[in-house]
Ligand binder design. Structure first.
Ligand SMILES: C[S@@+](CC[C@H](N)C(=O)[O-])C[C@H]1O[C@@H](n2cnc3c(N)ncnc32)[C@H](O)[C@@H]1O
Length: 215
């Protein structure tokens, strides 16, 4: 990949970092009190992120840093990315290796995310399910299932976070996620979104929304 593209991705990730941190702060969600009532996580093991339909997962390093801070700053992070296309996942794995981050773990699965339930060993205790540029209007039935599966894999107090390229697709996804059993906490416009010229009204991480499981 040329360094010109890599520079563009770096600046997109920096914008994603900012809008995610803003949305998480507005959500009011945060680490549970640890032992003795001190701020910080009260659970053992890594903070777990499931990145569905992750493609080449250019956001892996950004997610690790944003959610580690969100969690209180101490825990390791385990990121599991899944996509139906292996070629993208090979690039995702190479990108994760290039981060040179030995503290955290990165795994990539070739998987139809609409059928993630059959992947029992993945468990249901992710702290965050993340979907960058969800593609709801490409196939509404499939993405409805992907949203349901993403919620299924979350622990009770986990968060599901999406980003969207388009205003209308974002609005449709918000409704679909509510039907899937999610409760919208906050939706945030990315002020530093990069316009993409291939389709009118399309831009990178144009919106970010944070959900929890409906109680
Ligand atoms: C709009 S792209 C977003 C990719 C990546 N998250 C990004 O932001 O660059 C949609 C992604 O969904 C994946 N996808 C579509 N249907 C899928 C399915 N049933 N299971 C897993 N991945 C799927 C595609 O392979 C593609 O990588």
């Amino acid at each position: 990949m040329s360094s010109e593209f890599e520079n563009i991705y770096r600046s997109e990730n920096a914008a994603l970092d900012r809008v995610l941190r803003r949305a998480l702060k507005k959500s009011g969600a945060g680490p549970r009190p640890g032992p003795g009532g001190k701020a910080g996580p009260d659970v053992a093991g890594p903070f777990q992120i499931l990145d569905l339909a992750c493609g080449t997962c250019r956001e892996a390093g950004t997610l690790v840093e944003v959610f580690r801070d969100f969690d209180g700053g101490d825990r390791e992070v385990r990121l599991v990315g899944a996509d139906i296309r292996d070629r993208e996942l090979d690039e995702a794995a190479a990108r994760a290796r290039a981060l040179g981050n030995a503290r955290d773990s990165f795994e990539f699965l070739t998987e139809n995310c609409a059928k993630l339930g059959r992947h029992r060993e993945l468990g249901k205790d992710f702290d965050v399910t993340f979907l960058r540029h969800q593609n709801y209007w490409n196939d509404k039935a499939v993405w409805q299932r992907i949203f349901e599966q993403g919620l299924e894999k979350l622990k009770d107090d986990g968060l599901l976070v999406i980003t969207s390229y388009f205003d209308r697709e974002h609005a449709l996804a918000l409704k679909a996620l509510e039907r899937a059993g999610a409760e919208l906490i906050v939706t945030e416009r990315n002020e530093d979104t990069r316009l993409l010229l291939d389709t009118p009204g399309k831009s990178v991480d144009r919106h970010v929304a944070v959900f929890r499981k409906k109680r």
